[in-house]
Design a binder for this molecule. Structure first.
Ligand SMILES: *Cc1c(COP(=O)(O)O)cnc(C)c1O
Length: 424
């Protein structure tokens, strides 16, 4: 067993395994009675206290939770019996803002007494993670962030969100693929010399401080649905999943007492988890490219956490989680149809989840799906599919006006290592 501080600062356990909370407290019934009346920050402070209260000073925990959630996460009716939890109202317009902002503040807190310790966060990104992490950590004292991204392979909107910030954020433009970026980061964590010279950590969803706070918005979704007078015994939550950090947070919320009847893990063509549900066998493989590219994952790193939560019991897992998989064509037709029939514009990731609800919701059930990003983040794709212009929200437009600054590097570990050491 390790402290929360060690799990957050190190990211990964020494045996390369993932950290999990030692125990998951069950919230009292009285909390759930009050839940429908609670605001997002009020609720989150109580959940955070139950989870982290032993490791973080109460006032600080309250402050950092409230700061994390200073934007709304509304539940919007998208169709009859199907509600969209809009997770795209944060600074980078995707759900990863929640975890990244919480983790940044928690790391800053743990680092408060180590004024001469700099924690270096390495993050490889194909787009969304880099922007959320960079913006979450911007200006956090004692923390420096290196964002590695593949040259020419992220959209201009995405690139502007981590290359224009300056301060403690450095963007490294790698002449290679996303896999090359990830390989450089992984190798850096394993490099003895580098780890002696500088303190390195990860801000991917393997870090407990990034994935656990994502449970806040499941409680918030439930609270908002309760206010509509829906039957709260039959709530189904559908999560568009890639690395499975987001859905794992929901499963943990359920374990802490949130009355969600069942979950649907919606996949694009990368369907290793779906295959596991159907066959009981887990066969990781290379990812294939899709229009819901933040879910293009062939070996979800949080699969181990799902197994752990259910004691490796396939029957227990399939009793609470079902799955599905959709092609790009199906995703696109769902986006077109939902806009035409319901007047609701989905992004490609949310569309995967919405479609799953239309196909698998049973009579009497009410569905919530997680709308994980704003459609404008995938402007060209969305416009190409719907034939309608997507307006860029003001915060995104503001990023695009900034001046791009990045360091070009080859996809070569020695060059990357030399660069990092020059910064130590
Ligand atoms: C990261 C991401 C996902 C997948 O979330 P996981 O936690 O990796 O399963 C889905 N949609 C969007 C828009 C994302 O950025």
């Amino acid at each position: 067993m390790v402290s929360l501080e060690e799990a957050v600062v190190k990211g990964l356990a020494p045996d390369r395994g993932l950290y999990m909370p030692e125990r998951l407290p069950r919230l009292p019934e009285e909390f759930f009675r009050r839940l429908p009346e609670m605001s997002l920050p009020e609720m989150a402070v109580e959940v955070a206290t139950a989870l982290f209260g032993e490791d973080v000073d109460a006032e600080k925990l309250k402050a950092l939770t409230e700061e994390t959630l200073d934007f709304p996460i509304p539940l919007v009716k998208a169709a009859d019996g199907k509600y969209s939890l809009e997770l795209f109202h944060g600074p980078t317009l995707a759900f990863k803002d929640v975890g990244a902002r919480f983790m940044a503040r928690l790391l800053g807190y743990f680092n408060r007494d180590n004024k001469d310790r700099t924690v270096n966060v390495l993050v490889a990104t194909s787009g969304d993670t880099g922007s959320a992490v960079a913006n979450g950590f911007l200006g956090v004292e004692g923390v420096r962030v290196f964002v590695l991204y593949p040259k020419g392979k992220v959209s201009r909107i995405q690139e502007s969100q981590f290359t224009t910030l300056g301060q403690n954020i450095e963007a490294l433009e790698i002449d290679g693929s996303f896999d090359d970026c990830q390989a450089l980061v992984k190798q850096a964590f394993l490099d003895k010399e580098l780890n002696e010279k500088m303190m390195l950590t990860s801000a991917n969803s393997i870090n407990v401080a990034r994935f656990l706070p994502q449970m806040f918005y499941y409680f918030h979704a439930w609270a908002q649905l309760a206010r509509t007078g829906a039957d709260m015994e039959n709530v189904v939550v559908c999560v568009p999943s890639g690395n499975f950090g987001n859905i794992t947070a929901g499963l943990i919320a359920k374990r802490m007492g949130l009355p969600i009847k069942r979950f649907i893990a919606a996949n694009n063509a990368n369907d290793v988890f779906y295959e596991y549900l159907v066959t009981g066998e887990y066969r990781p493989r290379h990812s294939v490219q899709t229009i819901a590219n933040a879910m293009d994952v062939g070996d979800p790193s949080n699969f181990a956490r799902v197994l752990d939560l259910y004691g490796n019991d396939h029957a227990a897992i399939t009793a609470e989680i079902s799955g599905c998989t959709y092609t790009d064509k199906e995703i696109a037709s769902t986006m077109r149809q939902t806009l035409e029939e319901e007047g609701y514009l989905l992004d490609p990731h949310g569309a995967v989840a919405f479609r799953a609800l239309t196909e698998y919701l049973k009579p009497g059930e009410t569905g919530i799906f997680l709308e994980t990003a704003h459609p404008a983040k995938f402007k060209e794709t969305v416009e190409g599919i719907t034939g309608k212009e997507v307006e860029i929200p003001a915060p995104l437009a503001a990023f695009m006006k900034g001046e791009k600054r990045s360091v070009p590097l080859a996809a070569d570990f020695d060059e990357f290592k030399g660069f990092l050491i020059s910064k130590a």
